[in-house]
Write a protein that binds this ligand. Structure first.
Ligand code: GNR
Ligand code: NI
Length: 167
């Protein structure tokens, strides 16, 4: 197991578009395990491969408080979305920033597990928010891009200051 470094916004590698996974071998399962360990250690409720500089369509999520409900989504596709809801979001690549984002309230997603087996899942609440947030990462999109240009500029300045102070 290994904890992987998480790319920090703004980093142009966060904007790369991830490629489909077509080989379900031991290396993809090891990456999924390392991403889960990285997510739990952070701590966070989700992590996209993009955030650890691996540009493939792989996501790990665990929204349980007990860290015993790990879900792995490979090649996720949104089949349906219903309703709209505003939620406060954060991101391990944008530490210390929490802002409201409007997303679909109910989603149906199809994905493959770490063995390549296809499954379909209906989600709502934090799980639905998290799946949409992680699927955005795979498209190179970070949640702050939903905010106004003024807020984005302020967030970049705040992150720069935070980094100066922790160096
Ligand atoms: O840990 C995380 N919490 C979170 C809270 C609200 C909405 C989305 C998230 S995902 C985030 C981890 C992360 O950055 N995943 O990409
Ligand atoms: Ni994120």
């Amino acid at each position: 197991m290994a904890i992987l470094p998480i790319l920090q916004y703004p980093d142009e590698r966060l904007h790369k578009v991830a490629k489909r996974v077509d080989q379900f071998d031991e290396s993809i399962r090891k990456l999924a395990r390392d991403m889960a360990e990285t997510m739990y250690a952070a701590p966070g409720v989700g992590l996209a491969a993009t955030q650890v500089d691996k540009h493939i369509r792989l996501i790990v999520i665990d929204v349980s408080e007990t860290h015993d409900d790990l879900r792995i989504f490979i090649n996720p596709e949104l089949l349906d979305s219903q309703g709209q809801k505003e939620n406060e979001e954060g991101c391990l690549s944008v530490p210390g920033i929490y802002e409201n984002v409007t997303r679909a309230e109910f989603i149906t997603v199809r994905a493959q597990d770490e063995n390549g087996k296809t499954f379909t899942l209906k989600a709502e609440g934090l799980l639905a928010v998290c799946i949409q947030h992680e699927m955005d990462h795979l498209q190179g999109r970070v949640f702050v891009e939903y905010l106004s240009q003024l807020k984005q500029t302020r967030i970049r300045a705040k992150l720069k200051k935070q980094r100066r102070e922790t160096l």
